[in-house]
Unconditional design. Sequence first.
Length: 227
Amino acid sequence: MRGANRFFGAIIVVGLVLALEACANGSLDDGGSANVVLATQNSPNIPPIASTPAPDGSGCSFTVTAATATLANLPKSELAKAPFSNIVMENVAMTYEWVNPTGSEVTQDVQPVAGLIPVAGTQSVNFIPIRLDYITADLAGRTAGLILVFNGHTVDGHAVQTAPVSGVSLSINSCLTTTVCGDGLISGGETCDDSNQLSGDGCSSACLIETGYICVGQPSVCSPIIP
């Protein structure tokens, strides 16, 4: 009889330990947390930010292309109970570390993410890796290390998020404005540009206004100064 009591007592103890562990890590549907997790399936693909010199040489324009990540909806553990829930995406929190010769600068942003991640499934989602109005001229040619955290909620209202995703970088192409004498555009050290590289017409071969002339417009139209 004592042996039987010990046997049943051991079963009860093991059952209590499993139940307590399951409730503690939220793997069972205990009403306090989701029974699924949001995970990244691969490293997000972030295209470089393209830059183009402005036609008048006054600066640069930038083009931001949407980045892509593949997310998964997985059971929290082997102990998690059905029914499981779809995950509705909300946003991605991004931390940028811009490295420069004098140190580093850390900035942060949150961008919306749309998508529904099905139970036990995956879904590719798009997001903007950086706001266009965040890009300044001094960031051209620089690269930032990124840390991403994707956030969403289950259809029954529990918040879920991925573990921080690191090892991702965002690069902004350099934007070098060039001055070309003879292209009809006044830039750099030019004082005129009449679409040629001939001297003696009021705008010299170096695109400088010649003595005794006045030049206006782009391309420049030059006329002798009448005393």
